[in-house]
Design a protein around this ligand. Structure first.
Ligand SMILES: C[S@@+](CC[C@H](N)C(=O)[O-])C[C@H]1O[C@@H](n2cnc3c(N)ncnc32)[C@H](O)[C@@H]1O
Length: 354
């Protein structure tokens, strides 16, 4: 008996997605693919657990599907509901329903469908709970086929199936699109507890800086380009702009934006070391990794680093190797992920060991 799985995968590195699935799930047979999504079957019943443990680079999340059926155009919502209601989840345990709609062109939004399914379940006496649910019911509409499944939140690494909607609040208030990448990285690498001083390299127009400042970091941002001061002003966040590298870097409550290239920092001293260095410069991965290596003199032992590895071609493995190789000896690589908001890049998470 084969089992159906749905994965949220990199939107850019299509070949790498498939290669990685085949490597980690050798008997996987890919049934459907669309930009950022894959549906496959395997004889292995523990694929979700195994992929969670293996921490793949290109596969962002995977869900087991327990039912599927064709969606009827004439009875659109009814056919989705029938498919979902047949899952056999526990009626008494509070459930949240999430729907992702791939390639289906109807006038119902995923949200409309969720509301419809939820109220029908409620009408049948099921516990529907969108505040503190214990069960997650997911529903994927893929080329007019409906795939559904459910799981306890407790055992899930990611309790959402559609990253676009999960990070919607950030997208709507963002300084730059890049802000989503750092929010996703903090969740992915479980950095919620991390606090202190952060050095943000390649910071303009200021998305990562705003995010880090927003969660309590004291931030020094470095970029020769301009910050979006208008947006910062609207958000009521003050930024102190400095035109050249100071002799000594200082982390303060107010954000400091040093308007220069990162190499100018090589000659600076530091008052108090950084807990985190983040690098999002648009340059070759070897150059970014080399910059991180040199700037790591400002980082505490055990301090963390997040860096985007910009891939010049779709052969991401080559660039990952290049960046990781450069950091070897000074950093331990703790994670690599093609996050949903990454374009042609991979996010690297590392810890200083020197
Ligand atoms: C992708 S953008 C960064 C976006 C930013 N992380 C955000 O959240 O808004 C890349 C930035 O790298 C900066 N950059 C390129 N070369 C640099 C260098 N040598 N030193 C510092 N910043 C650099 C560019 O000016 C550009 O603003």
């Amino acid at each position: 008996m084969t089992v159906l799985y749905f994965s949220v995968v990199s939107r850019i590195f299509g070949e790498s997605n498939e290669k990685e699935i085949k490597k980690l799930v050798p008997d996987a047979r890919i049934l459907k693919k669309s930009v950022g999504y894959l549906l496959f079957e395997s004889g292995d019943r523990d694929v979700v657990m195994r992929l969670d443990k293996e921490n793949p680079i290109f596969i962002y999340s995977t869900f087991r599907m327990q039912s599927h059926g064709t969606i009827s155009e004439a009875a659109y919502l009814d056919s989705i509901f029938e498919n979902m209601a047949g899952l056999g989840f526990n009626k008494e345990i509070g459930a949240r329903i999430e729907c992702v709609d791939i390639n289906s062109k109807t006038f119902y939004s995923a949200k409309d469908i969720e509301v419809n399914l939820g109220s029908r379940l409620e009408g049948m006496g099921y516990a529907v709970d969108i505040v503190s649910p214990k069960q997650f019911i997911y529903c994927v509409l893929f080329d007019m086929e409906c795939y559904c499944g459910y799981a306890d939140y407790e055992g899930l690494k990611k309790g959402f199936i559609d990253p676009d909607r999960h990070y919607k609040a950030i997208r709507e208030s963002k300084i730059s699109r890049a802000e989503l990448k750092i929010a996703e990285a903090f969740d992915e690498f479980e950095l919620g507890e991390l606090k202190g001083n952060a050095l943000d390299i390649g910071a303009s127009p200021g998305g990562w800086t705003r995010f880090l400042h927003g969660i309590g970091f004291k931030v020094v941002a470095v970029d020769p380009g301009n910050f979006d001061y208008e947006k910062f002003k609207k958000l009521g966040i003050l930024v102190n702009e400095v035109n050249d590298a100071p002799k000594v870097l200082k982390f303060e409550d107010q954000i400091t934006h040093i308007k220069c290239g990162y190499d100018k920092l090589y000659y600076c001293g530091i008052e108090e070391e950084a807990d985190l260095i983040v690098i999002d410069i648009n340059c070759a991965p070897g150059e970014a990794a080399d910059a991180l290596l040199k700037l790591s003199k400002f980082l505490k032992k055990g301090g963390k680093a997040i860096m985007t590895i910009k891939c010049m071609t779709r052969n991401a493995d080559r660039y990952i190797e290049l960046a990781s190789g450069t950091l070897e000896g000074r950093f331990r690589i703790r994670g690599l992920k093609a996050l949903p908001s990454n374009r042609r890049e991979i996010t690297l998470f590392a810890e200083s060991i020197g």
